[in-house]
Design a protein around this ligand. Sequence first.
Ligand SMILES: NC(=O)c1ccc[n+]([C@@H]2O[C@H](COP(=O)([O-])OP(=O)(O)OC[C@H]3O[C@@H](n4cnc5c(N)ncnc54)[C@H](O)[C@@H]3O)[C@@H](O)[C@H]2O)c1
Length: 336
Amino acid sequence: MSVEKQIVFTDAGKELEILLKNEDAVVITDVNVKKLYRDKLFGNARVITLAGGERCKNLRTIDKIYSELIRFGCDRKSVIVAVGGGVVCDTAGFAAATFKRGTGLVLVPTTLLAQADAAIGGKNGVNVMRFKNLAGTFRQPDRIIIDTAFLRTLDEKNFNNGTAEIIKTAAIYDSAFFGRLENKILSEMPENKLKAVIKKTVSIKNSIVKDDFEEKGLRKILNFGHTIGHALELNLRYLRHGEAVSVGMAAACAMSQRLTGLSEKDAQRLIDLLKLNRLPVRISKLVSTQKLLGSIVQDKKKSGGSVDLILLKNIGYPAIRKTALNDIEGFINDIR
Ligand SMILES: NC(=O)c1ccc[n+]([C@@H]2O[C@H](COP(=O)([O-])OP(=O)(O)OC[C@H]3O[C@@H](n4cnc5c(N)ncnc54)[C@H](O)[C@@H]3O)[C@@H](O)[C@H]2O)c1
């Protein structure tokens, strides 16, 4: 079945009712989502509950999941149903890909970031020591159920967090879509319009992933804003993933103006849209340039040398440039 056909925009309650009745299923969720949705959506199911948040996306949690799956008598025919944000989808996805070399997997993303990005594309990962997503697999889920009703309970910070990845996807791939987002505050959009925006973002990500599932080339453009974004996330724990990527995109704009000829006007359009959606675009003075450079090296899991930066030539047109770490130092100072 094509990847597009595995993604449905529908009422998660109805889908889960059928799924949890008929399958040898286990729900993986986090404490917050469980509190909000257990009674309504998976009251009678077997549930594994994660503490939630980036700090639980690690191998200790995977170990705990394996123990619970063994206790439930699960095997390769079992289906893991992840109900939660990007952390739950990534962690459950990794567990489903590796437990007994693979169980079934259904993702029910409940944050904007997970619906528009993290649940899409079949990549999962958990953090190891201070390395973000160091262990992971490429593995498409069997089904992704997207229900925008979940977003009604999301707080503003977590909502805007997802907006950053939507703006990123438009900026790297589709100037017309970016144009439609301009001057709009996504958190104030009516639900039907927001659903159309998520659908568009999902279809862009799918077309990028289709041609490069294992991220050997084109798929790397989805990491726009992530080089500095991940370094900030490692150093400033209060920053959400999308907020860090937002600052990273602002930094990438400054670099693009020097390295790939991005016009000042296009750079400003992107920064204006991020700011309008209450996303940060400046690097906090709380973290030194040296610390950030150290984290970039650490994040890329290699020492010294250069990194592949994802930059823009124009809105909608990305470029990948190998850049020496020494050169990145100056750019970081530009956006303080
Ligand atoms: N695999 C990928 O391709 C990919 C892509 C982008 C991001 N990610 C990963 O996604 C993670 C971030 O995901 P996230 O921002 O969704 O974080 P998250 O999963 O931590 O969710 C954010 C918070 O919202 C709560 N929450 C979830 N759904 C809710 C709802 N409907 N109502 C109220 N609260 C709700 C959660 O309990 C949590 O406290 C990062 O680890 C990042 O690396 C993965």
